[in-house]
Design a protein. Structure first.
Length: 281
């Protein structure tokens, strides 16, 4: 797997996010969040993480929930070598959360995207920057997560003290300003629709950014695959890699979610990435 430098750490250019592992589905008519959560027991999460290693994926964006931290601690105890860039779990005390995160030696942390967007929309950007200063205590690179291109534009224009961006290619904030994250409300993602035109808007913004970027929601939470055959899905995955990575900087990365119950999506997505890379040469 092709790697890029992330502040002295080689990370695979394709990395894994853990929304499905936490039961967050964007395709509830096909696979519910409850089904995802039921499948992703600690044992199955561990299996998936070791499968990532086999596929050459060496980095993950885990949610720093108590459940996930326990799994990551077990993974480390079993010799797991994956690197972690944390999405904070805002439903718990952040000082305690930071202590737990450091127990698995992360290489980065970023201000949680929905929290960023809520504060931005409420005009409380000073609170975002204050939390970034708190995360600086961890002694690791600190990033800014968001679903909104204009958040990144403001951060760049005002010189916010962030090292990297974690940017959603689908603007989940459209028509949902000030909505809390679903994990805070205990609700599903049902009814949240993504629009293809959002992707290029964010990509155009990211082209102007010199700092490292991790793009995510490449496959629109699986919505782009609805109604497609398996062969069409494979072709669409490769076209998406081309669309996204051709517009990111050479040292940027991208994250995808995987659901392992019905097939080995980790192996398939990694193999298609390698296939796409070889075709580009």
């Amino acid at each position: 797997m092709n790697t890029v430098d992330f502040f002295g750490h080689p990370i695979s250019r394709l990395i894994i996010g853990d929304n499905p592992m936490n039961g967050y589905s964007y395709i509830e008519d096909v696979t519910t969040g409850a089904e995802m959560k039921a499948y992703y027991t600690p044992e199955h999460i561990l299996e998936a993480m070791f499968e990532m290693e086999k596929a050459g994926i060496n980095t993950m964006l885990p949610l720093a929930s108590p459940k996930m931290i326990e799994v990551l601690q077990q993974y480390r105890a079993e010799g797991g070598k994956m690197q972690f860039i944390f999405q904070p779990y805002m439903a718990m005390d952040q000082d305690e959360s930071m202590r737990l995160m450091m127990s698995v030696e992360p290489i980065g942390i970023y201000h949680q995207g929905t929290t960023t967007d809520n504060l931005f929309e409420a005009g409380h950007c000073a609170e975002i920057q204050a939390m970034i200063r708190r995360y600086r205590q961890m002694g690791i690179p600190v990033g800014l997560g968001t679903h909104r291109p204009d958040v990144i534009e403001m951060s760049e224009a005002e010189g916010w003290d962030v090292d990297f961006y974690v940017a959603c290619l689908q603007n989940a904030r459209l028509k949902r300003e000030s909505a809390e994250g679903s994990y805070v409300r205990g609700e599903t993602k049902m009814g949240l629709l993504f629009y293809p035109e959002d992707r290029q808007v964010m990509l155009e913004t990211l082209k102007k950014v010199e700092k490292p970027v991790i793009a995510y929601k490449l496959f629109a939470g699986g919505q782009m695959f609805l109604g497609r055959s398996e062969e069409e899905k494979r072709s669409l995955i490769k076209r998406t890699y081309e669309e996204v990575f051709s517009q990111l900087k050479e040292n940027d990365a991208a994250a995808i979610g995987v659901f392992q119950r019905d097939k080995n999506e980790i192996l398939e997505d990694a193999a298609l990435f390698e296939e796409w890379m070889s075709e580009r040469k």
